[in-house]
Design a protein around this ligand. Structure first.
Ligand code: SF4
Ligand code: SF4
Ligand code: FES
Length: 332
């Protein structure tokens, strides 16, 4: 075990734990933001640098500070390490610089972006952003691209976090998309316009931290905070069938995986990540397709946790009545 102190809070964690995971074990304000790390995707992290922290003491054996901020998602703790996140004004200024870089080419079209309300970049921009830009060059822009039947790519919003590439590598057979080119011309692309149409490709939408990959069956249908999230399940031969339904009135507007406070898909009881298949996500949009469990608990720093319904009785939508009606209809 290794003892690490993060923002004056001491915690003992197993050797090999990253600073970010140790901070998540403490929880609350000391947890650095993470735009590219995704605990359910192997080798994620190390691309965006939003998770940087200041290591003011390397370890008990070698107490020298690390010379520059380090990516907490890729740096493992050492016994006696002292880390500063929100307690270091210098570090917060450095993170504001990272956010400024992420926003250099970003359109900030939050008023028309489907990710608004559940976007970490929006939160970061709000928390660290400056009112004005110092960037004087032409912003790069891209045309929207259909990748597969269900996903639209707005490359202008992409922050090149590689999460979707990891989903394609690790969840789907035969990856056909990735990052092409380097530097300021790098972009997500389906190689030679191949469509991404395998049955777990929809998870790329769930892991995308911004509005770059959008669900064509949902886009522009509603602002996310006007819909009511409800946990539901079905018997699915391809995935766990445990999902989150987003209702507007009695209509299921969107189906997503269930996500935790870090915007990552929740673990299933067997410890596996709860990624869902395209069938559940795109083709099951009737209440009768699902067994509704309860209103979702949204534990995120987001506007969706406002205007939220924890008690089924408070839902204007009488889901069980609707289901009984549908089931009675199908028996006739
Ligand atoms: S991705 Fe986030 S910050 Fe960018 S336009 Fe959409 S909501 Fe706004
Ligand atoms: S499309 Fe989204 S998930 Fe993929 S690299 Fe860009 S920001 Fe990340
Ligand atoms: S979350 Fe650590 S570098 Fe992106």
């Amino acid at each position: 075990m290794a003892k690490v102190t993060i923002d004056n809070i001491e915690i003992e964690v197993p050797e090999g734990t990253t600073i970010l995971t140790a901070a998540r074990m403490i929880g609350g304000e000391v947890v650095p933001p993470a735009m590219c790390y995704y605990s359910k995707l192997k080798t994620s992290g190390g691309y965006c640098r939003t998770c940087i922290v200041k290591v003011s003491q390397g370890s008990a054996k070698d107490p020298r500070p690390m010379p520059k901020p380090v990516a907490s998602c890729r740096t493992t703790v050492m016994d006696g390490m002292v880390v500063q996140n929100i307690t270091s004004p210098d570090l917060l200024e450095a993170r504001a610089g990272v956010v400024e870089f992420l926003l250099i080419n970003h359109p900030l079209d939050c008023p028309i972006c489907d990710q608004a309300g559940e976007c970490h970049l929006q939160d970061l921009g709000y928390e660290h952003g400056k009112m004005n830009t110092r960037y004087e060059f032409k912003r790069r822009t891209f045309k929207q691209i259909d990748i597969g039947d269900y996903i639209k790519l707005h490359m202008t919003r992409c922050i090149l976090c590689y999460r979707c590439v990891k989903v394609a590598e690790q969840l789907t057979p035969g990856r056909v998309h990735g990052v092409i080119n380097r530097g300021d011309v790098a972009e997500i692309s389906t190689y030679i316009s191949n469509a991404v149409d395998n049955e777990f490709s929809g998870n790329m939408i769930d892991v995308c931290p911004v509005g770059a990959l959008t669900d064509k069956t949902f886009r522009f249908k509603s602002r996310v905070w006007f819909s009511k999230p409800v946990d539901a399940h079905r018997d699915c031969p391809k995935c766990s069938g445990k999902v989150r339904l987003w209702f507007k009135g009695n209509d299921v507007l969107r189906v997503t995986a269930r996500k935790d406070q870090y915007g990552e898909v929740e673990d299933l009881p067997d410890g596996k990540a709860g990624f869902i298949c395209n069938d559940c996500r795109f083709h099951k949009k009737k209440i009768g397709d699902w067994i509704v469990e309860k209103p979702s608990h949204i534990d995120r720093h987001s506007v969706i946790s406002q205007n939220h319904y924890e008690n089924l009785a408070q839902l204007k939508l009488d889901v069980s009545k609707q289901q009984k009606k549908l089931q009675a209809g199908s028996k006739k």
